[in-house]
Design a protein around this ligand. Sequence first.
Ligand code: TYD
Length: 213
Amino acid sequence: MPGLFISFEGIDGAGKSTHIEALAQAFRDAGRTVVLTREPGGTPLAEQLRGLALNTAMDPLTEALLMFAARRDHLQQVIEPALARGDVVLCDRFTDATFAYQGAGRGFDLDVLAQLERWVQSVPALPAGQLRQPHLTLWFEVDPAVAAQRLAGARAPDRFESQPAEFFRRVAEGYARRADAEPQRFARIDGSRGREAVWQQVLAAVQGRGMLA
Ligand code: TYD
């Protein structure tokens, strides 16, 4: 079986986390080996970069470079080997988050992000010019006000979670632009509905693409 790469995206509080574990179990039940991972993070080095990026004040270019540095290590150490083995990689966030948070949220130069994306996601397994991208991106869309309510009081907020509502409106717009640019890769999940209804949308997106029976 060819490897499968699925990313999960959405603003903080969109409710993606519970469904990642459920989807992992569904793939395991179907006999697939699953690698459950996250960005920034997924390797010892990238987890250290995550700790810095989420908790230390820094300028937007430094922040973008840390996200892509973590991604490069994660791709090389975890994602590429897993895809080569034919595993299913379920990744909590990937590059769309950088375009949404650093690009739309922080207002950082999208052309620079696109250049970093080309450097970091060029991998030996793919022909020159083709970038490693998820085969499917499950985009959990929820009103930023609802997401903020879900997060309120949950735990001490990090550098992103503590941003004002206006930041998350921009992040949500950033995701929408990425989804518009690549409609075949994105599946929009209405994250405002109840847990079971959201799960049914996740299943339908994956099954509808023939990724799971
Ligand atoms: P998140 O995925 O929400 O994990 P948790 O559920 O543990 O809070 O947290 C990661 C944060 O990092 C989130 O606020 C978005 C941010 N982020 C970026 O700003 N840029 C990126 O490229 C990535 C991958 C994440």
